[in-house]
Design a binder for this molecule. Structure first.
Ligand code: CMC
Length: 431
């Protein structure tokens, strides 16, 4: 047999199995263990999916050791430098960079779908007055299938495409409306003459009684952050979207489940957690005390914005955004802002600390994105909402890829059962 295989032998029974190796374009190949349980009687055990490829995908490639990230083969550095968010969205959904005409058509489609059904306004009003915008967003996105059920037939390719466009287009409108609700201001309608991020800024920060001028530095910075956050392979939220989608749930429900998974501080919630942590540290002189806490295994405190499951040398997104961060801070900020000075010192001290060097813990993209958001004036509780807007493109592309597969099946992991063995029920008066 010329096919590459891996043989696994059970040293208890002597039984062997020869498993095929699936070829990748670049990066590690994968041993196909689909027959393993049936033939060997064992499950494989891999909590946290450290060695498990949960699917096949053509979208995003990342190499943690090299610090490499490719969208559809294009290096993130080139896209960050030369492209824009809408073009990257097209690339992710359709596989190749668009022609000028394709880009203009796609932009028009997204613009045309940016308004929300008017009845949705009443849904926002039902949320508690100071609800966290992520909570509002999860609810509203989940409810979209109640308003747009004309695009929820997932067996229909056109429905899938329209649902994807709607999600990408409406996310900034929902995000801004969630924010406006939390501060008690009226919702602002989208403006079709503006860019994706310019529109978001206007919907968030303008009020009907005043002229609003979009700051080009803020608009470009947001566009860059959005490009960097578009997709990141099979992370927790993307895997959640795929798992929900594998049950053939509608796309609005699937993306809503992705938002909930993104919310946690170990994932997309890290950008908000970074700012909260900086506030907690308070002053440069307190940094050593917090570093000691981060190293102490009996203390749950971790340095937010440091470390990554896959990137063990550096996060390429962090390198790009770090540069932008300095540009934004110089243009938009009081350089003497104590939080920013604290962040700079924390970065420096942690990067020179033996514990962080040994474990290859570097600042990740969210260490810097939070600082940029702060400089732009975006409130802390909106940071993860921003991440969700950008990641919607990746979620939609991953969901479309999965649903379009020939042998798509429901995702159904197994478990290593460690509970009690079978036992008889005891009547309540005998316990
Ligand atoms: N502060 C202190 N120690 C850390 C940190 C940290 N931020 N991150 C990892 N470690 C330690 C960890 O305790 C372990 O030490 P030891 O080997 O002595 O047991 C070692 O480094 C390896 O870490 P791990 O927990 O095995 O790493 P993981 O791959 O399970 O977790 C992570 C990755 C991102 C969840 C984690 O680094 C973390 O919690 N970072 C802070 C949260 C954060 O910034 N998340 C955003 C990630 S980037 C955006 C995104 O993808 O959503």
């Amino acid at each position: 047999m010329s096919e590459h295989t891996v043989t696994i032998t059970d040293n208890k029974t002597g039984k062997s199995i020869e498993l095929p190796v699936k070829q990748s374009t670049i990066g590690p190949q994968a041993v196909d263990i689909g027959r393993f349980f049936r033939e060997m009687g064992y499950f494989t055990y891999d909590p946290g999916f450290l060695s498990t490829a949960s699917c096949q995908s053509e979208l995003t490639y990342l190499d943690g050791d090299k610090g490499q990230l490719l969208y559809r083969g294009y290096p993130i550095e080139q896209l960050a430098e030369q492209s824009n968010f809408i073009e990257v969205a097209y690339l992710m959904l359709y596989g190749d960079l668009p022609t000028a005409q394709q880009l203009s058509d796609f932009n028009n489609v997204i613009i045309r779908h940016s308004m929300l059904n008017e009845s949705l306004k009443r849904l926002f009003e039902g949320f508690y007055h100071d609800a966290h915008p992520m909570a509002t967003m999860v609810g509203v996105v989940g409810s979209l299938s109640a308003f747009y059920h004309d695009s929820t037939d997932i067996g229909n390719v056109e429905h899938r495409e329209i649902a994807g466009h709607r999600l990408i287009a409406k996310m900034p409108t929902i995000a801004a409306a969630s924010y406006k609700h939390s501060v008690g201001e009226p919702q602002v309608y989208p403006d079709n003459s503006l860019s994706y991020t310019g529109n978001l800024l206007k919907m968030m920060f303008s009020v009907p009684c005043e002229e609003y001028e979009i700051d080009p530095v803020a608009e470009r910075a947001l566009d860059l952050i959005f490009i960097l956050h578009v997709d990141h392979e099979q992370n927790a939220s993307t895997s959640t979207v795929r798992l929900a989608g594998s049950s053939l749930a509608n796309p609005f429900a699937c993306i809503s489940s992705g938002i909930t998974a993104l919310w946690g501080p170990a994932h997309g919630g890290a950008n908000e957690a970074v700012l909260n942590m900086l506030n907690e540290i308070g002053e440069v002189k307190n940094i050593p005390r917090f570093l000691e806490r981060a190293k102490d295994k009996s203390d749950p405190f971790r340095l937010m914005g440091f470390g990554h499951r896959v990137y063990k040398n550096y996060d390429p997104r962090a390198r790009i955004i770090r540069k932008m961060c300095h540009e934004v801070l110089e243009n938009l900020c009081d350089m003497n802002d104590p939080t920013l000075e604290l962040a700079r010192r924390l970065e420096e001290i942690a990067l020179n600390d033996e514990y962080f060097i040994e474990r290859k813990l570097y600042p990740n993209v969210d260490f810097y994105s939070g600082l940029i958001y702060k400089a732009i004036g975006i409130p802390t509780n909106m940071f993860t909402v921003m991440f969700a807007i950008a990641r919607t493109v990746g979620w939609v592309a991953q969901w479309m890829e999965m649903i379009g597969e020939d042998n798509q099946r429901i995702g159904r992991p197994r478990q290593l059962y460690t509970g009690r063995g079978e036992r008889d029920y005891i009547a309540i008066d005998k316990r």
